[in-house]
Design a protein around this ligand. Structure first.
Ligand code: GAP
Length: 435
């Protein structure tokens, strides 16, 4: 965001007026279909129940479904022939007509009993709390389930303060909260997570052009930070699965150890949100186009990334175990821009003035870079410790430093070392981190 002149940043509220969530459709539509096991009281999201049932049992249940519903066999077969095999069972379960017939054929993944599921019910994912001392329906507020709405309601404030013209974007990073029924896969599905969202406001006629632009731009962002291209893909949403606000949508997915999973959604939200906020607030959110001399609601192209999910994907993608000269090393090959520590400064030995020089280097570099000083243990072990946390460069003060004021800089991935004058270190690191 900070590298672009056409995107502004904000930090909107977590608690907003409850009408914001009525206007956005979240009170009515932000629901997951939920079922309970009557026997053991376990609760599941209907659309992901299939993930917890093995293939053999699913096949058996589908056979029973066909046997008991001869008239629906062609419908069942056409759903099972869907383009994405991994979604076919979910599509059967969430089909209005077939879901209720398939459920009695399934065993509860927790207690193993068959035919114990309740019918599906809608469960709203927003966390509720109350403003003020009285806990009644008039004082309900919601913890934001997405950062996006804070951008929409502030759209004209930001536009007029920054004097941006269309097309331009507003971005923010911040916490979002969802009362997920089944959290799972470490950071993949949590109830509190970090989103990085950007809403790009465009002329309505240009929506397709900008949707395609942001699709490419966003997948290239992951690649530019070193993520393996063969573990990235788009998953376009079919029309019948679009969110209530979207005209076109695609996910950027990563191949996690548990399968393909969404890291980011790119949506054409049209002028749905702005028109709803106008309607509910009674205030115009129209943009005045000076060139065309007309007022209109822009269309919005959204890129909505999970910071926690993409963090997990970068972490997994960077992890390697390697054999080096007969020894194993674990290494996180983070792109230097992502590495939490950019360089470690290590005196070769703890004497001869080396620690003092190393401390001076650390003090100097710390003004611009996150660095780490370590003098404990053999230098080889210190290198390994830095490899494990993904530090791209290790700067070592050795005997030659005492003679010519140069140090070695070891590259984490190639493990090669080069000698650099101490007074050129800052420039050296800056270049490596920008490239
Ligand atoms: N403003 C649109 C929006 O919020 P979303 O697809 O519901 O769209 C966007 O969420 C991103 O937020 C997802 O791609 C994912 O990375 C992240 N996300 C959503 N729910 C999450 C959860 N329960 N835990 C962690 N990340 C989540």
């Amino acid at each position: 965001m900070t590298y672009r002149e056409d995107v502004e940043g904000i930090d909107a509220s977590i608690l907003m007026h409850p009408k914001v969530w009525e206007a956005s459709g979240h009170v009515e539509n932000f629901t997951d279909p939920m079922i309970d096991c009557k026997q053991c009281k376990s609760r599941y999201r209907l659309d992901v129940l299939g993930d917890q049932i093995n293939e053999k049992k699913k096949k058996k249940a589908v056979e029973a479904l066909k046997e008991n519903n001869a008239g629906l066999v062609s419908k069942i077969d056409s759903i099972l022939a869907g383009p994405d095999e991994s979604e076919n069972f979910e599509n059967l379960l969430t089909d209005d007509e077939l879901g209720s017939k398939l459920l009695p054929e399934l065993n509860c993944p927790q207690c193993g009993n068959k035919g114990t599921f309740t019918a599906a019910r809608k469960f709203n994912l927003m966390f509720k709390t109350f403003i003020g001392p009285v806990e009644d329906s008039g004082s309900v507020v919601y913890l934001r389930p997405e950062t996006a709405q804070g951008i929409f309601v502030n759209f004209l404030n930001v536009q007029s303060a920054s004097r941006q013209k269309l097309p331009f974007g507003i971005a923010q990073i911040g916490k979002a909260f969802r009362n997920e029924i089944n959290t799972k896969n470490f950071l993949f599905r949590t109830r509190e997570f970090e989103q990085m969202e950007m809403q790009f406001f465009v002329k309505p006629a240009d929506d397709k052009k900008w949707f395609d632009y942001w699709k490419e731009e966003r997948i290239n962002w992951y690649k530019s930070l070193g993520m393996s291209g063969d573990k990235l893909r788009f998953h376009d949403h079919p029309e019948n699965k679009l969110a209530h606000y979207a005209k076109e949508a695609t996910d950027i997915e990563y191949l996690f150890p548990f399968g393909w999973g969404e890291m980011e959604g790119i949506h054409n939200r049209t002028n749905f949100d702005l028109s709803k906020h106008e309607e509910y607030s009674g205030k115009s959110l129209k943009f005045f186009d000076e060139e065309a001399k007309e007022k209109y609601l822009p269309f919005i192209i959204e890129s909505s990334a999970g910071a926690s999910r993409s963090f997990m994907a970068f972490l997994l993608d960077a992890y390697y175990e390697e054999e080096v000269k007969g020894e194993n090393r674990s290494v996180l090959k983070f792109h230097p821009k992502l590495a939490p520590i950019k360089a470690a400064i290590l005196p070769l030995v703890n004497k001869d003035g080396m620690p003092e020089i190393a401390r001076e280097i650390e003090k100097d570099l710390r003004r611009n870079f996150k660095v780490f000083y370590d003098e404990k243990g053999a230098v080889g072990r210190r290198y390994r410790r830095q490899d494990e946390i993904g530090t791209p460069y290790c700067i070592t003060v050795d005997t030659q430093t005492l003679e010519d004021k140069t140090v070695t800089v070891r590259d984490r991935d190639s493990m090669e070392q080069e000698r650099i004058p101490i007074d050129k270190l800052s420039e050296y690191l800056a270049k490596k981190l920008i490239d």
